[in-house]
Design a protein around this ligand. Structure first.
Ligand SMILES: [Zn+2]
Length: 392
């Protein structure tokens, strides 16, 4: 669907991009279940340029960082459906320094949901792409899509199929080589794989090398990761949700301008920034985090803390990170105050397409402490416990 609606002021750039074409922006990214989220997490007030840049450099960098990709895998594994496998994302490990790549190529190593070793070979990129799993995905889509190789872990059909469908879904662009023969593979899966007759001579040699390497040897990898992976993402969340919750003027406030600076210019992080928040690496007492996070899921809480409107994200591993949306009383009206004074929580479980909320924070805490259960959440608690019954 092509939308040609014109917007007067994009909330992410304030009009600086010169693009006035409106686009549908998922404030909470699609790779983390954003398509299932309610209206609060979507907006049309973002220009197409910002939408595509934010998807690539902000959402992409966040999702493809080592920390978040590892969390996405473990979160997916906790909510598997014992009846049939659903795709779970793989974890980025780093660059494989031993793989005999061609000139100006690199080999990334990923781990699939059932423990598959995945080799992703593609052209070497400009250093600005380092730390970004998948490298320069813009050029990759145009010219070189790369190639991937993996062997299925032979642990029966459920785990093998889980690995196969997950890897095919996540790595849809590269040429996919599955080095394990699977009997009677469904045609639609089979046609996604490169067949024996279509392999190039380089690919044949690489497959030989992988097979001779074995799977139990220690490999030298280099992890490149940007510790600032989450800050720009949080600035984007604060701007997007702030513009949906507060009155229109919020996006031209001084604080919103500062959020925009962080969103597009990391160098502005130092010194005089008025943006307040905590880091992924901040350690909060477990008594606090345990009751406002949800096991192996993402939570988003919006609440008034010390007279400011605060956004807190709960990671699937129980960590929390927050950012201030505003502390300006001009925007925190009586209405906003009474709506958010106790806090509202949303729960997102991407592989199961789950989005629940808003739940009042006190009710959520009651459920977490088992004082008073919320039936919708009890069902999900059950699914999570089911993960122990997943077939081999
Ligand atoms: Zn824009």
């Amino acid at each position: 669907m092509v939308s040609l609606k014109i917007i007067d002021c994009c909330i992410y750039c304030g009009g600086a991009s010169g693009d006035t074409t409106s686009s549908l922006e998922h404030i909470w990214p699609q790779s983390l279940g954003g398509s299932n989220c309610g209206h609060l997490f979507k907006t049309q007030q973002v220009c197409r340029k910002c939408n595509s840049n934010a998807g690539l450099w902000v959402d992409g960098a966040f999702f493809k960082s080592f920390f978040v990709s590892a969390l996405a895998t473990s979160s997916g594994m906790a909510y598997l459906d014992p009846a049939s496998p659903i795709p779970v994302s793989s974890t980025f490990v780093g660059l494989d320094m031993e793989f005999p790549v061609q000139e100006r190529e690199v080999c990334e190593r990923w781990i699939g949901p059932s423990g598959e070793t995945i080799y992703f070979i593609h052209q070497e990129d400009n250093p600005k792409w380092s730390g970004f799993a998948g490298g320069n995905i813009i050029d990759r889509q145009k010219i070189d899509t790369g190639r991937i190789y993996f062997q299925l872990v032979d642990r029966g059909s459920y785990r093998a199929m889980l690995g196969l469908i997950s890897i095919i879904k996540q790595f849809s662009k590269p040429r996919i080589h599955c080095l394990t023969n699977i009997a009677n593979l469904q045609e639609e899966l089979d046609k996604q794989l490169i067949s024996a007759n279509d392999k190039t001579s380089v690919e044949i040699n690489e497959i030989k090398w992988i097979k001779s390497r074995g799977i139990n040897t220690e490999h030298k990898t280099r992890i490149t990761t940007d510790v600032n992976f989450s800050i720009r993402f949080f600035a984007k969340l604060a701007l997007g949700l702030g513009s949906n919750i507060l009155q229109k003027e919020y996006v031209s406030s001084e604080y919103a301008k500062q959020l925009r600076t962080i969103l597009w210019n990391l160098n502005s992080l130092e010194k005089e920034s008025i943006v307040k928040g905590s880091s992924f690496f901040t350690t909060e007492p477990i008594e606090v985090t345990e009751i406002i996070t949800y096991p192996s899921a993402w939570t988003i809480q919006i609440s008034i803390i010390n007279e400011a409107l605060i956004l807190t994200v709960g990671y699937p591993n129980g960590k929390i990170q927050s950012i201030q949306i505003t502390n300006d009383t001009e925007y925190i009206t009586t209405n906003i105050y009474s709506n958010y004074k106790d806090g509202k929580i949303y729960i997102i479980i991407p592989p199961r397409d789950i989005f629940i909320g808003p739940i009042n924070t006190p009710d959520f805490i009651s459920h977490r402490m088992k004082y008073k259960l919320i039936s919708e959440l009890s069902t999900i608690d059950q699914w999570r416990n089911d993960a122990r019954n997943i077939p081999d």
